[in-house]
Design a protein around this ligand. Sequence first.
Ligand code: MLT
Length: 309
Amino acid sequence: MAPKVLISDKLSEAAVQIFRDRGIDVDFQPDVGKDKEKLSQIIGNYDGLAIRSATKVTQKIIDAATNLRVIGRAGIGTDNIDKEAASKKGIIVMNTPFGNMITTAEHAIAMMFAVARQIPEASASTHDGKWEKSKFMGVELTGKTLGVIGAGNIGGIVCDRARALKMKVLAYDPFLGEEKAKKMGVEKVDLDDLLARADFITLHVPFTDQTANILSADALAKTKKGVRIINCARGGLVDEKALAEALKSGHVAGAAFDVFAKEPASENPLFHLPNVVCTPHLGAATTEAQENVALQVAEQMSNYLLTGA
Ligand code: MLT
């Protein structure tokens, strides 16, 4: 019998075709991931589950998943999956670490420009018929120092784009070797050095026990006055309350956040503060990236279900 896969999030339909072409029986139910009860009722019918971020694969879902062999995350972060529960049951969890890295790096760069020039506020004011030309004085990126926390796949692309913008790039990443840093044209530094010197700080690390609150109140106090902070990685990396205070005091000049400690975020200490740009976790939201991750996850899951590889 052909293996059965459920797609429970809004995955590009290109994935459906791949599964079909590989002879896999696929159900495309993009809204079922948000309905925990329904998902736990039907998950027992499937060998594979393909998701993005809306489906939360909890212990309860895993308990009900009597036939599940693989969970495929079309994207990078697997923090919406109870990996311990899955692994205890022998269910493989796979992601697509490369499909959306350019798109996410581009969003971080876009957010850096947006906060440097206050583009969202200037746009809203212009739409309102005000012509507040003198209100929105920005800063140039050329010649400024960018501190990149995490210089892996996405952070590495951000370093490359920032260098093309003629920024000086500092990278804090325990996994980055001196040689690689040299090749990338960045200066490898420790975190305190980065905090003290950066005009802009951007985060590109996963959320783990080691990175949670990496920009704590103490760390924020070590930053340069007038710093602008960008987070397109994961909520919980920055102490949002402490950052809100630092913005109010004027120590931090601006922030651009795509991710929040609690998502979906209907309220947050950063909301409604001046010169804070917010987007609703759009880092990977381009047609190109969504197509890439959908195709990749479908290929990987098909390989695993059909050959065990
Ligand atoms: C990812 O982990 O791939 C990105 O944060 C995008 C997403 O969660 O949809």
